[in-house]
Design a protein around this ligand. Sequence first.
Ligand SMILES: Nc1ncnc2c1ncn2[C@@H]1O[C@H](COP(=O)(O)OP(=O)(O)O)[C@@H](O)[C@H]1O
Ligand SMILES: [Mg+2]
Length: 308
Amino acid sequence: MVQVTLEPLKIPERLLMPAVFERAWTEPANRLKPRILLPAAFTGAAPILPGEHRVFIVFNRKGGAGKTTTTLELACAWAAMGYTVRIIDGDPQDAGLTGWLEPVYPEGLAVKNRMTLKNVLYGEVGLDEATYYTRYKNLYIVPSYEDCAVVEYDPAVTGERTLRRAIKRSEAPVDITIVDCPPKIGKLSTFTLALGGEVLVPSQLSGLDQKSNEPLRRTIADAQEEYDVRVRAAVLTAWGQTKISLKVGNEMAEHYPDALVCPVRRSVDATTAPDENKSIREYNKRSTTTRDFDQLGRMLVAPRGEAA
Ligand SMILES: Nc1ncnc2c1ncn2[C@@H]1O[C@H](COP(=O)(O)OP(=O)(O)O)[C@@H](O)[C@H]1O
Ligand SMILES: [Mg+2]
């Protein structure tokens, strides 16, 4: 199997987005500049120590928010730093991560013997048995297909602890688990929030996304009463210089005072890369979208050997 090694990017200083300790964009929309808003408590990202494991949950109850794109591009950014990253595809639909980043199944493995998230949730296999190589070095995937949607209405699948336990029992030397959530509230999204960890909230910059922001904030606040989840970043996907960018961005900063608020600029590369089953990072490493995700990845997790 020949895998693509994702290289670290060398982004010249002048092309990096400024990161500022502010909580709002105050300029008029037509003079809006992409910049990362930092929470007051931000002290820089720490590298992951050997034996440490971090869980990121990419969550938004709305479809088309940029969850899948955020999951893959951050996973690639961290894989390029040399971390071992396992993506759990928690959204069983054809237009999801498994369809984009096709798992590399062992040669000769019959389709019926391919294990997925569904098998894990039914307690039939452990997480490691449902983890497969991808086209990228250091990046692994637990796939899911449409049949996994059955867990939503099958009373046999109950425990929100199943997935948490599966991660705990895994023996694979994974540094980062990142979960792509489905665009609805149900068992799958509850199971992933129950993992506890660092929540990333992507949102596109449209009026409809803006309308879903307040219910989303409440869903996350409810989850926080039960689970140990912290919102680490709001990701403004397909960012552009518009009035609604200003509105959604400022609202995200207000809703998640302890989170980074990070624009990721709109590009054609982002919409085209999935068609070639490549990450945006591989498709065009100079794309602004690639650079912005790389920068965000580094603000969440520092490369090994770098002090916090
Ligand atoms: N930076 C970007 N620029 C342009 N289009 C984007 C960008 N990020 C995401 N998109 C597009 O937005 C759509 C929804 O993104 P996706 O990640 O599938 O959202 P979700 O998983 O929340 O449903 C996709 O067509 C994707 O290509
Ligand atoms: Mg998706």
